[in-house]
Design a protein around this ligand. Sequence first.
Ligand code: GLC
Ligand code: CA
Length: 514
Amino acid sequence: MVYQVYLRSFADGNGDGIGDLAGLRSRLPYLAWLGVDALWINPHYPSGGADGGYDIVDYRAVDPDYGSVADLEALVGDARRLGLRVILDVVPNHTSDRHPWFRAALADPDSPEAARYHFAPPSDEPPNNWQSLFGGPAWSRTPDGRWYLHLFAPGQPDLNWRDPAVAADFEQTLRFWLDRGVSGFRVDVAYGLFKDPGLRDNPGSYSPTLFGHGPEQAMTRDQPEVHDVWRRWRSICDEYPDAMLVGEVCLADLEQVALYSRPDEMHQSFSFRLLKSPWEIAAFADGVQSALDAFGEVGAPVSWVLGNHDKDRQVTRFGGGAVGTARARAAALLMLALPGSPYVYAGDELGLPQAVVPDEAKLDPIFWRSGGVRAGRDGCRVPMPWNASDGVGFSPDGAVEPWLPIPAEWERFAVSSQTRDGGSTLTLYRRALALRAAHSALGSGEATVSTRGDVLTVRCVGDDESVRCLVNMGAGTVLVRTSGPVLLASTTHVKTSAGSIALPPNTAVWLAED
Ligand code: GLC
Ligand code: CA
Protein backbone atom coordinates (compact mmCIF):
# COMPACT_ATOMS: atom_id res chain seq x y z
CA MET A 1 0.00 0.00 0.00
CA VAL A 2 1.26 3.44 -0.89
CA TYR A 3 0.50 6.12 1.70
CA GLN A 4 0.13 9.66 0.41
CA VAL A 5 1.76 12.18 2.73
CA TYR A 6 0.51 15.74 2.40
CA LEU A 7 3.78 17.07 3.77
CA ARG A 8 2.53 20.47 4.90
CA SER A 9 -0.13 18.78 7.03
CA PHE A 10 1.49 15.61 8.27
CA ALA A 11 3.69 16.51 11.23
CA ASP A 12 5.43 19.75 12.21
CA GLY A 13 8.90 19.10 13.62
CA ASN A 14 10.05 22.61 14.45
CA GLY A 15 6.91 24.35 15.72
CA ASP A 16 6.29 26.86 12.93
CA GLY A 17 2.84 25.40 12.27
CA ILE A 18 3.90 23.80 8.97
CA GLY A 19 4.47 20.08 8.46
CA ASP A 20 8.04 19.27 7.48
CA LEU A 21 10.52 16.49 6.72
CA ALA A 22 11.75 16.30 10.33
CA GLY A 23 8.17 15.82 11.49
CA LEU A 24 7.53 13.15 8.88
CA ARG A 25 10.77 11.41 9.84
CA SER A 26 9.66 11.25 13.44
CA ARG A 27 6.39 9.61 12.36
CA LEU A 28 7.89 6.93 10.11
CA PRO A 29 7.50 4.28 12.83
CA TYR A 30 3.76 4.98 12.74
CA LEU A 31 3.66 4.27 9.00
CA ALA A 32 5.66 1.07 9.41
CA TRP A 33 3.34 0.01 12.26
CA LEU A 34 0.30 0.70 10.07
CA GLY A 35 1.60 -1.59 7.34
CA VAL A 36 2.61 0.89 4.65
CA ASP A 37 4.99 -0.24 1.86
CA ALA A 38 5.87 3.12 0.34
CA LEU A 39 5.06 6.76 0.85
CA TRP A 40 4.41 9.35 -1.81
CA ILE A 41 5.17 12.87 -0.64
CA ASN A 42 3.29 15.80 -2.19
CA PRO A 43 5.63 18.47 -3.64
CA HIS A 44 8.44 19.41 -1.26
CA TYR A 45 10.12 21.93 -3.54
CA PRO A 46 10.51 25.70 -3.16
CA SER A 47 7.33 27.06 -4.70
CA GLY A 48 5.57 30.28 -5.48
CA GLY A 49 2.67 29.31 -3.21
CA ALA A 50 0.09 29.64 -5.98
CA ASP A 51 -1.20 26.04 -5.80
CA GLY A 52 -0.18 24.09 -2.71
CA GLY A 53 3.38 23.49 -3.92
CA TYR A 54 2.44 22.50 -7.50
CA ASP A 55 4.12 25.67 -8.78
CA ILE A 56 7.79 24.85 -8.48
CA VAL A 57 10.62 27.38 -8.46
CA ASP A 58 13.53 24.95 -8.10
CA TYR A 59 13.15 21.24 -8.95
CA ARG A 60 16.38 20.20 -7.29
CA ALA A 61 15.89 21.70 -3.86
CA VAL A 62 13.71 21.46 -0.76
CA ASP A 63 11.50 24.33 0.37
CA PRO A 64 13.11 25.75 3.55
CA ASP A 65 9.68 25.39 5.20
CA TYR A 66 10.18 21.62 4.90
CA GLY A 67 13.93 21.32 5.56
CA SER A 68 16.88 20.60 3.30
CA VAL A 69 18.07 18.06 0.76
CA ALA A 70 20.07 16.50 3.60
CA ASP A 71 16.82 16.09 5.58
CA LEU A 72 15.24 14.35 2.61
CA GLU A 73 18.20 12.00 2.29
CA ALA A 74 17.98 11.25 6.02
CA LEU A 75 14.26 10.54 5.62
CA VAL A 76 14.91 8.15 2.74
CA GLY A 77 17.58 6.37 4.81
CA ASP A 78 15.36 6.01 7.87
CA ALA A 79 12.46 4.87 5.72
CA ARG A 80 14.55 2.19 4.06
CA ARG A 81 15.62 0.83 7.43
CA LEU A 82 11.93 0.47 8.27
CA GLY A 83 11.21 -1.22 4.96
CA LEU A 84 9.49 1.83 3.46
CA ARG A 85 10.21 3.33 0.06
CA VAL A 86 9.88 7.03 -0.68
CA ILE A 87 8.28 8.37 -3.86
CA LEU A 88 8.40 12.08 -4.73
CA ASP A 89 5.95 14.19 -6.70
CA VAL A 90 7.28 15.68 -9.93
CA VAL A 91 5.47 18.41 -11.86
CA PRO A 92 6.50 18.51 -15.53
CA ASN A 93 3.52 20.28 -17.11
CA HIS A 94 4.24 23.71 -15.66
CA THR A 95 6.64 25.65 -13.44
CA SER A 96 6.06 28.54 -11.08
CA ASP A 97 5.98 32.00 -12.63
CA ARG A 98 8.87 32.66 -10.24
CA HIS A 99 11.00 29.93 -11.81
CA PRO A 100 14.25 31.45 -13.18
CA TRP A 101 13.27 30.34 -16.70
CA PHE A 102 9.97 32.19 -16.63
CA ARG A 103 11.63 35.28 -15.19
CA ALA A 104 14.18 35.25 -17.99
CA ALA A 105 11.36 34.69 -20.50
CA LEU A 106 9.48 37.70 -19.16
CA ALA A 107 12.57 39.87 -19.35
CA ASP A 108 13.41 38.91 -22.94
CA PRO A 109 10.93 37.52 -25.51
CA ASP A 110 13.83 36.29 -27.64
CA SER A 111 15.61 34.42 -24.86
CA PRO A 112 16.06 30.64 -25.03
CA GLU A 113 13.96 30.48 -21.87
CA ALA A 114 10.99 32.10 -23.63
CA ALA A 115 10.97 29.19 -26.09
CA ARG A 116 10.41 26.84 -23.16
CA TYR A 117 6.92 28.24 -22.49
CA HIS A 118 3.90 29.06 -24.67
CA PHE A 119 3.82 32.74 -25.52
CA ALA A 120 1.64 34.47 -28.11
CA PRO A 121 2.14 37.98 -29.46
CA PRO A 122 0.20 40.92 -28.00
CA SER A 123 -3.36 41.19 -29.28
CA ASP A 124 -6.74 42.15 -27.86
CA GLU A 125 -8.01 38.61 -27.59
CA PRO A 126 -6.27 35.47 -26.25
CA PRO A 127 -5.08 33.08 -28.99
CA ASN A 128 -7.92 30.58 -28.51
CA ASN A 129 -10.75 29.41 -26.25
CA TRP A 130 -8.68 27.25 -23.89
CA GLN A 131 -9.87 27.42 -20.29
CA SER A 132 -7.91 27.05 -17.08
CA LEU A 133 -8.87 23.97 -15.08
CA PHE A 134 -9.12 26.29 -12.11
CA GLY A 135 -11.60 28.58 -13.90
CA GLY A 136 -11.28 31.48 -16.35
CA PRO A 137 -9.17 31.69 -19.48
CA ALA A 138 -5.96 29.65 -19.73
CA TRP A 139 -4.12 32.70 -21.09
CA SER A 140 -2.88 35.68 -19.10
CA ARG A 141 -0.91 38.72 -20.16
CA THR A 142 2.70 39.49 -19.43
CA PRO A 143 3.58 43.05 -18.38
CA ASP A 144 4.64 43.76 -22.00
CA GLY A 145 1.28 42.58 -23.37
CA ARG A 146 2.15 39.08 -24.62
CA TRP A 147 -0.11 36.16 -23.77
CA TYR A 148 1.19 33.11 -21.91
CA LEU A 149 -0.51 29.77 -21.37
CA HIS A 150 -1.40 28.36 -17.95
CA LEU A 151 -3.81 25.43 -17.80
CA PHE A 152 -3.92 25.92 -14.03
CA ALA A 153 -3.36 29.15 -12.07
CA PRO A 154 -1.65 32.18 -13.69
CA GLY A 155 1.28 31.43 -11.37
CA GLN A 156 1.75 28.09 -13.20
CA PRO A 157 2.91 28.80 -16.78
CA ASP A 158 2.81 25.69 -19.00
CA LEU A 159 6.09 24.40 -20.34
CA ASN A 160 6.66 23.85 -24.05
CA TRP A 161 7.67 20.21 -24.25
CA ARG A 162 8.58 20.57 -27.92
CA ASP A 163 11.70 22.45 -26.77
CA PRO A 164 14.40 19.82 -26.13
CA ALA A 165 15.89 21.86 -23.26
CA VAL A 166 12.76 21.14 -21.22
CA ALA A 167 13.04 17.37 -21.56
CA ALA A 168 16.77 17.45 -20.85
CA ASP A 169 16.29 19.44 -17.68
CA PHE A 170 13.66 17.07 -16.31
CA GLU A 171 15.90 14.10 -16.94
CA GLN A 172 18.52 15.77 -14.77
CA THR A 173 15.91 16.35 -12.08
CA LEU A 174 14.89 12.69 -12.07
CA ARG A 175 18.48 11.58 -11.72
CA PHE A 176 19.17 14.15 -9.02
CA TRP A 177 16.56 12.56 -6.76
CA LEU A 178 17.10 8.96 -7.82
CA ASP A 179 20.78 9.40 -6.96
CA ARG A 180 19.62 10.39 -3.48
CA GLY A 181 17.86 7.10 -2.99
CA VAL A 182 14.23 7.85 -3.77
CA SER A 183 12.19 5.03 -5.29
CA GLY A 184 10.47 6.96 -8.03
CA PHE A 185 7.87 9.58 -8.76
CA ARG A 186 4.21 10.36 -8.87
CA VAL A 187 3.92 12.33 -12.10
CA ASP A 188 1.62 15.33 -11.96
CA VAL A 189 -0.69 15.99 -14.95
CA ALA A 190 0.96 13.15 -16.87
CA TYR A 191 -1.77 13.38 -19.55
CA GLY A 192 -0.74 16.98 -20.24
CA LEU A 193 2.66 18.38 -21.32
CA PHE A 194 2.01 18.64 -25.09
CA LYS A 195 -0.57 20.92 -26.66
CA ASP A 196 -2.02 21.09 -30.14
CA PRO A 197 0.73 22.75 -32.21
CA GLY A 198 -1.86 24.75 -34.15
CA LEU A 199 -3.43 26.06 -30.91
CA ARG A 200 -6.87 25.08 -32.27
CA ASP A 201 -9.92 25.78 -30.13
CA ASN A 202 -11.17 23.05 -27.82
CA PRO A 203 -14.31 21.64 -29.42
CA GLY A 204 -16.55 20.99 -26.43
CA SER A 205 -17.35 21.94 -22.90
CA TYR A 206 -16.67 20.26 -19.58
CA SER A 207 -18.98 17.46 -18.53
CA PRO A 208 -19.16 16.59 -14.83
CA THR A 209 -20.63 13.22 -15.75
CA LEU A 210 -17.35 12.07 -17.29
CA PHE A 211 -14.68 10.53 -15.08
CA GLY A 212 -12.00 12.85 -16.44
CA HIS A 213 -11.29 15.36 -19.15
CA GLY A 214 -13.14 15.11 -22.42
CA PRO A 215 -13.65 17.43 -25.39
CA GLU A 216 -13.17 20.58 -23.33
CA GLN A 217 -9.47 19.70 -23.13
CA ALA A 218 -9.09 17.86 -26.44
CA MET A 219 -6.29 20.14 -27.67
CA THR A 220 -4.42 20.31 -24.38
CA ARG A 221 -4.44 16.72 -23.17
CA ASP A 222 -3.31 13.29 -24.30
CA GLN A 223 -1.30 14.37 -27.34
CA PRO A 224 0.48 11.37 -28.89
CA GLU A 225 4.01 12.69 -28.25
CA VAL A 226 3.57 12.47 -24.49
CA HIS A 227 4.04 8.71 -24.48
CA ASP A 228 7.62 9.11 -25.70
CA VAL A 229 8.40 11.14 -22.59
CA TRP A 230 7.22 8.31 -20.37
CA ARG A 231 9.25 5.80 -22.38
CA ARG A 232 12.34 7.92 -21.81
CA TRP A 233 11.58 8.36 -18.10
CA ARG A 234 10.98 4.63 -17.78
CA SER A 235 14.37 3.89 -19.26
CA ILE A 236 15.97 6.24 -16.73
CA CYS A 237 14.13 4.58 -13.85
CA ASP A 238 15.19 1.17 -15.15
CA GLU A 239 18.79 2.17 -14.46
CA TYR A 240 17.99 2.27 -10.74
CA PRO A 241 17.20 -0.77 -8.60
CA ASP A 242 13.64 -0.12 -7.45
CA ALA A 243 12.40 3.07 -9.11
CA MET A 244 8.80 3.38 -10.24
CA LEU A 245 6.55 5.93 -11.91
CA VAL A 246 2.87 6.46 -11.26
CA GLY A 247 1.03 8.92 -13.44
CA GLU A 248 -1.87 11.22 -12.75
CA VAL A 249 -3.87 10.68 -15.94
CA CYS A 250 -7.26 12.37 -15.63
CA LEU A 251 -8.86 11.13 -18.83
CA ALA A 252 -12.48 10.08 -19.08
CA ASP A 253 -11.68 6.78 -20.80
CA LEU A 254 -9.92 4.29 -18.53
CA GLU A 255 -8.55 2.41 -21.52
CA GLN A 256 -6.73 5.59 -22.53
CA VAL A 257 -5.47 5.96 -18.96
CA ALA A 258 -4.11 2.42 -18.97
CA LEU A 259 -2.09 3.13 -22.12
CA TYR A 260 0.15 5.31 -19.94
CA SER A 261 1.24 2.19 -18.06
CA ARG A 262 2.13 -0.03 -20.99
CA PRO A 263 5.22 -2.14 -20.27
CA ASP A 264 7.70 0.46 -21.56
CA GLU A 265 5.95 3.52 -20.04
CA MET A 266 5.02 4.31 -16.45
CA HIS A 267 4.62 1.40 -14.03
CA GLN A 268 1.19 2.59 -12.97
CA SER A 269 -1.38 5.25 -13.76
CA PHE A 270 -4.03 6.07 -11.20
CA SER A 271 -7.51 4.64 -11.55
CA PHE A 272 -9.72 7.44 -10.23
CA ARG A 273 -13.07 5.76 -10.86
CA LEU A 274 -13.78 4.90 -7.22
CA LEU A 275 -12.57 8.34 -6.14
CA LYS A 276 -15.21 9.85 -8.40
CA SER A 277 -18.04 7.36 -7.89
CA PRO A 278 -21.05 7.98 -5.66
CA TRP A 279 -22.04 5.29 -3.16
CA GLU A 280 -23.99 3.25 -5.71
CA ILE A 281 -23.56 -0.39 -6.48
CA ALA A 282 -23.58 0.02 -10.27
CA ALA A 283 -20.95 2.75 -10.12
CA PHE A 284 -18.70 0.75 -7.81
CA ALA A 285 -19.08 -2.51 -9.70
CA ASP A 286 -18.30 -0.75 -12.96
CA GLY A 287 -15.44 1.20 -11.37
CA VAL A 288 -13.77 -2.00 -10.25
CA GLN A 289 -14.51 -4.08 -13.34
CA SER A 290 -13.50 -1.46 -15.90
CA ALA A 291 -10.21 -0.85 -14.10
CA LEU A 292 -9.43 -4.56 -13.94
CA ASP A 293 -10.24 -4.86 -17.65
CA ALA A 294 -8.37 -1.76 -18.83
CA PHE A 295 -5.18 -2.38 -16.87
CA GLY A 296 -5.34 -6.13 -17.44
CA GLU A 297 -5.22 -5.33 -21.15
CA VAL A 298 -1.80 -3.67 -20.81
CA GLY A 299 -0.50 -5.96 -18.05
CA ALA A 300 -0.19 -3.26 -15.38
CA PRO A 301 -1.44 -3.43 -11.80
CA VAL A 302 -4.44 -1.24 -11.01
CA SER A 303 -3.62 1.74 -8.78
CA TRP A 304 -6.75 2.12 -6.67
CA VAL A 305 -7.59 5.53 -5.22
CA LEU A 306 -10.38 6.43 -2.80
CA GLY A 307 -8.98 9.71 -1.54
CA ASN A 308 -6.36 12.32 -2.33
CA HIS A 309 -5.51 15.98 -1.78
CA ASP A 310 -7.79 17.10 -4.63
CA LYS A 311 -11.09 15.54 -3.59
CA ASP A 312 -13.48 15.80 -0.64
CA ARG A 313 -12.78 13.21 2.06
CA GLN A 314 -14.62 9.92 1.56
CA VAL A 315 -16.55 10.13 4.82
CA THR A 316 -18.13 13.36 3.63
CA ARG A 317 -18.49 12.29 -0.01
CA PHE A 318 -20.37 9.17 1.05
CA GLY A 319 -22.91 11.05 3.16
CA GLY A 320 -21.06 12.28 6.27
CA GLY A 321 -21.57 11.34 9.91
CA ALA A 322 -22.05 7.74 10.99
CA VAL A 323 -23.33 6.63 7.57
CA GLY A 324 -20.46 8.28 5.70
CA THR A 325 -17.97 6.77 8.12
CA ALA A 326 -19.46 3.28 7.77
CA ARG A 327 -19.34 3.55 3.98
CA ALA A 328 -15.77 4.84 3.97
CA ARG A 329 -14.74 1.89 6.13
CA ALA A 330 -16.52 -0.55 3.83
CA ALA A 331 -14.95 1.06 0.75
CA ALA A 332 -11.53 0.69 2.36
CA LEU A 333 -12.05 -3.04 2.80
CA LEU A 334 -13.11 -3.33 -0.82
CA MET A 335 -10.06 -1.44 -2.05
CA LEU A 336 -7.63 -3.33 0.16
CA ALA A 337 -8.97 -6.69 -1.04
CA LEU A 338 -8.51 -5.92 -4.72
CA PRO A 339 -5.43 -7.00 -6.65
CA GLY A 340 -3.13 -4.10 -7.41
CA SER A 341 -1.65 -1.13 -5.67
CA PRO A 342 -3.92 0.83 -3.32
CA TYR A 343 -3.12 4.44 -2.44
CA VAL A 344 -4.29 5.70 0.94
CA TYR A 345 -4.41 9.45 1.54
CA ALA A 346 -3.06 10.52 4.94
CA GLY A 347 -5.93 10.90 7.38
CA ASP A 348 -8.26 8.53 5.54
CA GLU A 349 -7.01 5.79 7.87
CA LEU A 350 -8.39 7.93 10.72
CA GLY A 351 -11.77 8.36 9.04
CA LEU A 352 -11.32 12.13 8.87
CA PRO A 353 -14.26 14.01 7.37
CA GLN A 354 -13.87 17.01 5.09
CA ALA A 355 -12.97 19.88 7.45
CA VAL A 356 -14.92 23.11 7.36
CA VAL A 357 -12.29 25.75 6.63
CA PRO A 358 -13.40 29.38 7.06
CA ASP A 359 -13.32 31.22 3.73
CA GLU A 360 -10.73 33.73 4.91
CA ALA A 361 -8.33 30.89 5.80
CA LYS A 362 -8.67 29.20 2.40
CA LEU A 363 -5.67 29.12 0.09
CA ASP A 364 -6.82 26.98 -2.83
CA PRO A 365 -6.82 28.90 -6.13
CA ILE A 366 -9.95 26.94 -7.14
CA PHE A 367 -11.89 28.74 -4.40
CA TRP A 368 -10.45 32.17 -5.16
CA ARG A 369 -10.58 31.94 -8.96
CA SER A 370 -14.21 30.80 -8.92
CA GLY A 371 -15.15 33.76 -6.75
CA GLY A 372 -16.03 31.35 -3.96
CA VAL A 373 -18.47 29.33 -6.10
CA ARG A 374 -16.32 26.20 -5.86
CA ALA A 375 -15.46 25.29 -2.26
CA GLY A 376 -11.88 24.34 -3.10
CA ARG A 377 -9.65 21.66 -1.70
CA ASP A 378 -8.49 23.11 1.63
CA GLY A 379 -10.93 20.97 3.62
CA CYS A 380 -9.06 17.75 2.75
CA ARG A 381 -5.66 19.32 3.46
CA VAL A 382 -6.08 20.17 7.14
CA PRO A 383 -3.26 18.96 9.46
CA MET A 384 -3.33 15.49 11.03
CA PRO A 385 -4.52 15.01 14.62
CA TRP A 386 -1.99 12.91 16.50
CA ASN A 387 -2.87 13.35 20.19
CA ALA A 388 -6.17 13.50 21.98
CA SER A 389 -4.87 15.98 24.55
CA ASP A 390 -2.77 19.18 24.57
CA GLY A 391 -3.97 20.35 21.18
CA VAL A 392 -3.85 17.61 18.59
CA GLY A 393 -0.10 17.13 18.59
CA PHE A 394 0.46 18.23 15.00
CA SER A 395 3.13 20.64 16.26
CA PRO A 396 5.33 20.47 19.36
CA ASP A 397 4.22 22.32 22.51
CA GLY A 398 4.39 26.10 22.34
CA ALA A 399 4.21 26.16 18.53
CA VAL A 400 2.47 28.80 16.45
CA GLU A 401 -1.00 28.08 15.01
CA PRO A 402 -1.10 25.44 12.26
CA TRP A 403 -1.10 26.76 8.69
CA LEU A 404 -4.74 25.69 8.23
CA PRO A 405 -7.03 25.66 11.29
CA ILE A 406 -7.72 22.21 12.77
CA PRO A 407 -11.33 21.75 13.96
CA ALA A 408 -11.44 21.50 17.77
CA GLU A 409 -13.50 18.30 17.66
CA TRP A 410 -10.75 16.51 15.72
CA GLU A 411 -9.21 15.39 19.01
CA ARG A 412 -11.59 12.46 18.78
CA PHE A 413 -9.94 11.32 15.54
CA ALA A 414 -6.44 11.43 17.05
CA VAL A 415 -4.04 8.60 16.31
CA SER A 416 -3.31 8.20 20.04
CA SER A 417 -6.91 7.35 20.90
CA GLN A 418 -7.60 5.28 17.78
CA THR A 419 -4.60 3.01 18.40
CA ARG A 420 -6.17 2.01 21.73
CA ASP A 421 -9.64 1.46 20.28
CA GLY A 422 -10.27 -1.97 18.78
CA GLY A 423 -13.23 -0.64 16.81
CA SER A 424 -11.52 2.45 15.36
CA THR A 425 -11.01 3.09 11.67
CA LEU A 426 -7.25 3.10 12.26
CA THR A 427 -7.44 -0.39 13.79
CA LEU A 428 -9.52 -1.55 10.83
CA TYR A 429 -6.91 -0.32 8.32
CA ARG A 430 -4.09 -1.88 10.29
CA ARG A 431 -5.84 -5.25 10.53
CA ALA A 432 -6.78 -5.15 6.88
CA LEU A 433 -3.22 -4.40 5.82
CA ALA A 434 -1.84 -7.19 8.01
CA LEU A 435 -4.30 -9.69 6.51
CA ARG A 436 -3.54 -8.40 3.03
CA ALA A 437 0.14 -9.12 3.60
CA ALA A 438 -0.59 -12.60 4.98
CA HIS A 439 -3.12 -13.85 2.39
CA SER A 440 -2.20 -14.50 -1.22
CA ALA A 441 -5.84 -14.01 -2.23
CA LEU A 442 -5.86 -10.43 -0.97
CA GLY A 443 -4.11 -7.67 -2.87
CA SER A 444 -2.90 -9.91 -5.69
CA GLY A 445 -4.26 -12.82 -7.66
CA GLU A 446 -7.43 -12.91 -9.72
CA ALA A 447 -10.59 -10.97 -8.91
CA THR A 448 -14.12 -11.56 -10.21
CA VAL A 449 -16.79 -8.92 -9.71
CA SER A 450 -20.49 -9.68 -9.37
CA THR A 451 -23.60 -8.08 -7.94
CA ARG A 452 -26.76 -9.49 -6.50
CA GLY A 453 -29.36 -7.06 -5.25
CA ASP A 454 -27.55 -4.50 -3.14
CA VAL A 455 -24.49 -6.64 -2.51
CA LEU A 456 -21.29 -6.18 -4.46
CA THR A 457 -19.04 -9.22 -4.34
CA VAL A 458 -15.43 -9.45 -5.37
CA ARG A 459 -14.06 -12.95 -5.28
CA CYS A 460 -10.29 -12.93 -4.97
CA VAL A 461 -8.39 -16.09 -5.77
CA GLY A 462 -4.82 -16.54 -4.56
CA ASP A 463 -2.30 -19.38 -4.66
CA ASP A 464 -4.24 -21.92 -2.64
CA GLU A 465 -7.12 -19.98 -1.17
CA SER A 466 -9.93 -17.66 -2.06
CA VAL A 467 -11.52 -14.80 -0.19
CA ARG A 468 -14.78 -13.02 -0.93
CA CYS A 469 -15.19 -9.34 -0.18
CA LEU A 470 -18.88 -8.48 0.12
CA VAL A 471 -20.14 -4.92 0.35
CA ASN A 472 -23.75 -4.21 1.25
CA MET A 473 -24.51 -0.97 -0.55
CA GLY A 474 -28.25 -0.99 0.11
CA ALA A 475 -30.45 0.12 2.99
CA GLY A 476 -31.36 -3.24 4.57
CA THR A 477 -29.50 -6.06 6.27
CA VAL A 478 -28.68 -8.96 3.96
CA LEU A 479 -28.22 -12.59 4.95
CA VAL A 480 -25.14 -14.13 3.32
CA ARG A 481 -24.15 -17.80 3.24
CA THR A 482 -20.59 -18.52 4.36
CA SER A 483 -18.37 -21.52 3.86
CA GLY A 484 -15.43 -20.33 5.96
CA PRO A 485 -14.57 -17.87 8.70
CA VAL A 486 -15.02 -14.09 8.67
CA LEU A 487 -11.51 -12.67 8.29
CA LEU A 488 -12.50 -9.07 8.88
CA ALA A 489 -15.61 -6.91 8.94
CA SER A 490 -15.87 -3.15 8.56
CA THR A 491 -18.22 -2.99 11.55
CA THR A 492 -18.49 -4.76 14.88
CA HIS A 493 -22.20 -5.36 14.20
CA VAL A 494 -21.95 -8.33 11.84
CA LYS A 495 -23.92 -11.22 13.34
CA THR A 496 -22.52 -14.60 12.51
CA SER A 497 -24.10 -17.97 12.92
CA ALA A 498 -23.22 -21.37 11.53
CA GLY A 499 -23.20 -21.10 7.74
CA SER A 500 -24.36 -17.51 7.41
CA ILE A 501 -23.86 -13.92 8.47
CA ALA A 502 -26.16 -10.93 8.63
CA LEU A 503 -24.49 -8.06 6.81
CA PRO A 504 -25.88 -4.65 7.83
CA PRO A 505 -26.19 -1.78 5.33
CA ASN A 506 -23.03 0.19 4.47
CA THR A 507 -20.69 -2.54 5.59
CA ALA A 508 -18.17 -4.89 4.07
CA VAL A 509 -16.79 -8.23 5.11
CA TRP A 510 -13.92 -10.47 4.06
CA LEU A 511 -14.95 -14.12 4.02
CA ALA A 512 -12.50 -16.95 3.66
CA GLU A 513 -13.85 -19.77 1.46
CA ASP A 514 -13.33 -23.41 2.24
C1 GLC B 1 -2.70 17.85 -10.05
C2 GLC B 1 -2.53 17.95 -8.56
C3 GLC B 1 -3.28 19.16 -8.10
C4 GLC B 1 -2.69 20.37 -8.76
C5 GLC B 1 -2.68 20.23 -10.28
C6 GLC B 1 -1.80 21.26 -10.92
O1 GLC B 1 -4.02 17.64 -10.41
O2 GLC B 1 -2.97 16.77 -7.95
O3 GLC B 1 -3.22 19.29 -6.70
O4 GLC B 1 -3.45 21.49 -8.41
O5 GLC B 1 -2.18 18.99 -10.66
O6 GLC B 1 -0.45 20.99 -10.70
CA1 CA C 1 7.57 22.99 10.58
